[in-house]
Design a protein around this ligand. Structure first.
Ligand SMILES: Nc1ncnc2c1ncn2[C@@H]1O[C@H](COP(=O)(O)OP(=O)(O)OP(=O)(O)O)[C@@H](O)[C@H]1O
Ligand SMILES: [Mg+2]
Length: 351
């Protein structure tokens, strides 16, 4: 019952109940007895008023005390409690709003803790990933300074290694810069409407050349109709495909590596499937591979460089295209990445 209704009920009870009581009394008893009954009347009024005041006091003061305690808890930073809504009046509504505010504050606090933890992890990952090539560079430079590289061949090998390691660092820094730009939406997308068959056909041709030169078998299939169009940023979508395929190459453990690319028509979307016959991903790791800085234990401990950013960039770009990405994998057999992008549909002027 609303507070306003309660007050009206209280007012009516204090005014009307005694009146009814008196009317009944006057009609039932002789006027002589009525005078005596006035005392009873006073008692009835007193009891009714006391009960009503207590009723209203309870419905206001108890929740207020609860809210006061809750506000004190929040002030002290403790968000682990619950405010239950026990009535459906204004005070009950206030309790519910307070509870919602507490839940939101708690979610924000938890998000902040997770963000801080991620940032700490990021710093430790970056320092680890940058330290590895730097240590190698230092080692080789010291080798040259100490005269260990005493033949032109050795010197050549040392310099090449230094160059490769510096390149690794350069790549990592570029990836980090790109990630931070993508994460803070500082990458301008240049969306254009293009033919899905032509665009993915070109991607397939480029991949064919690149993979063939690396001794990896590549198969390409495109089921799309000639006139099917998509709105994409061609450059960013290439980054998606390149990142996925570079993983296929990086985590390939078979001498006869295979990579496949299929473009399928699935109603309002087109689905791109990129498969490999590499070492696969354990089921326990699969849900996390699109998280930033996530690398499976096996990749972390291997000599394969990488910071676990690649797939998080991929996910972000696909989502910016209004699409979705997921993967299936079998350890030892290979991995397939799937992503969908919405088709461009022309809407006629009539519609
Ligand atoms: N095709 C694949 N085969 C096996 N494992 C894969 C494959 N693709 C991704 N993974 C696993 O998922 C993890 C995350 O991939 P992601 O591309 O985000 O990071 P990375 O390749 O380790 O580093 P980066 O791409 O930033 O250089 C990898 O560390 C690897 O363990
Ligand atoms: Mg990668």
């Amino acid at each position: 019952m609303k507070l306003k209704t309660k007050l009206i009920v209280a007012f009516m009870s204090v005014m009307i109940l005694p009146m009814i009581f008196m009317t009944v009394v006057m009609h039932t008893f002789a006027p002589r007895e009525v005078g005596e009954l006035q005392q009873l009347y006073m008692i009835v009024v007193f009891i009714t008023t006391t009960m009503l005041i207590y009723w209203i006091y309870r419905s206001v003061s108890l929740p207020l005390a609860k809210l006061q305690k809750a506000a004190r808890n929040i002030k002290e930073g403790n968000l682990d409690f619950e405010i239950r809504q026990e009535s459906d009046d204004e005070i009950g509504q206030l309790c519910q709003d307070f509870e919602e505010m507490r839940l939101r504050l708690k979610a924000n606090a938890e998000e902040k803790v997770a963000f801080d933890r991620e940032n700490k992890e990021l710093i430790s990952n970056i320092s680890h990933d940058l330290k590895t090539p730097i240590t190698a560079i230092k080692g080789y430079v010291e080798g040259i300074m100490d005269g260990v590289a005493d033949t032109p061949e050795k010197m050549d090998r040392y310099i090449k290694t230094i160059y490769n390691k510096a390149n690794e660092m350069d790549l990592l820094i570029n990836e980090l810069t790109l990630y931070s730009k993508i994460d803070t939406n500082r990458i301008p997308y240049n969306f254009t409407t293009i033919s899905a068959k032509d665009y993915f056909g070109d991607c397939g041709e480029d991949l064919h050349m690149e993979l063939e030169s690396k001794g990896v078998e590549f198969t390409y299939r495109n089921d799309m109709e000639e006139d099917c169009k998509v709105i994409v940023d061609p450059e960013q979508l290439r980054r998606v495909i390149n990142n996925i395929v570079s993983n296929s190459l990086k985590y390939m453990d078979k001498p006869n590596g295979k990579v496949t690319m299929e473009v399928k028509d699935v109603g309002d979307f087109i689905q791109i499937e990129l498969g490999d016959n590499g070492k696969g991903i354990a089921a326990k790791d699969l849900p996390y591979i699109f998280d930033r800085f996530y690398r499976t234990d096996a990749s972390r401990n291997s000599s394969k460089g990488g910071s676990g950013i690649g797939l998080s960039i991929v996910k972000k770009i696909v989502e910016e295209h209004g699409g979705n990405i997921w993967a299936t994998s079998e350890e030892g057999a290979g991995t397939t990445m799937y992503f969908v992008i919405r088709k461009y549909q022309e809407v006629s002027i009539d519609e």
